[in-house]
Design a protein around this ligand. Structure first.
Ligand code: GRF
Length: 216
């Protein structure tokens, strides 16, 4: 039997990704759907890591038969033990990209350096504006007319690493917060699969704070 050449192997080899989420999981679902439609070329959605036993994302993953690891911080004596348990699962499942989607825990510098430039996050504002857990409301209350969505690599500071993609969303005069939230989430659900696909195709190069995107 003819042995396949290394290049041929690369073409068919999919990279395993893990999504980390703590809440409702709409970004998880958007990514899972794109993956099942075959639009996340080269990606195999292998794992959901969740730190919240009550999170809706767990039942979404169960329905889609996606393997789920529940690691809640209170199950471990300290943050190191908590992260070590997660790392063991990542290694066991040969995870090459970690996709944070509403994961409400800050990863340690040690964890981040272990997966340097292999962890991405989505944030519902145009970073560096409105960091933190309430970005949409903070931007709305501030009276912004343009906000948006950022996908970025994760470094050891919160909502800070090199920016991969950004897309703006306009706040209309008199618009309700709920309407702005809805528009932002809709953009998230298209921009995140796009960023994951770019990563999978090997099109992203990090140069300091800049992320270069290859066009071919
Ligand atoms: C999203 O708005 C994302 O930008 C932020 O957390 C939220 C998660 O929402 N990091 P969901 O759980 O994916 O619906």
């Amino acid at each position: 039997m003819r042995k396949s050449l290394p290049d041929e192997d690369n073409k068919i080899m999919k990279k395993n990704i893990a999504i980390f989420a703590s809440g409702r999981g709409s970004n998880f679902l958007a990514l899972a759907k794109e993956s099942q439609r075959g639009r996340l070329k080269g990606a195999n959605l292998a794992l959901l890591v969740c730190d919240n036993p009550k999170a809706l994302v767990i039942s979404a993953a169960n329905k889609l038969k996606i393997k789920t690891i529940l690691a809640s911080r209170s199950m471990f004596p300290d943050k190191k033990a908590f992260e070590d348990a997660i790392i063991r699962h990542l290694k066991k499942n040969k995870i090459e990209l970690i996709v944070l989607a509403g994961f409400m825990r800050i990863l340690s510098a040690r964890f981040v350096s272990l997966y340097k430039n292999r962890i991405i996050n989505i944030h519902p504002s145009l970073l560096p504006a409105f960091k933190g857990a309430h970005a949409i409301k903070d931007a709305f209350d501030y009276g912004i007319k343009v906000t948006g969505v950022t996908v970025h690599f994760v470094d050891d500071k919160m909502d800070h690493g090199p920016i991969i993609l950004q897309k703006e969303v306009r706040a209309l005069e008199g618009e309700a917060l709920s309407s702005l939230e809805e528009k932002i989430h809709k953009v998230e659900h298209s921009i995140y699969p796009e960023a994951v696909s770019l990563f999978m195709k090997g099109k992203l190069r990090v140069r300091g704070r800049k992320v270069l995107i290859a066009t071919r």
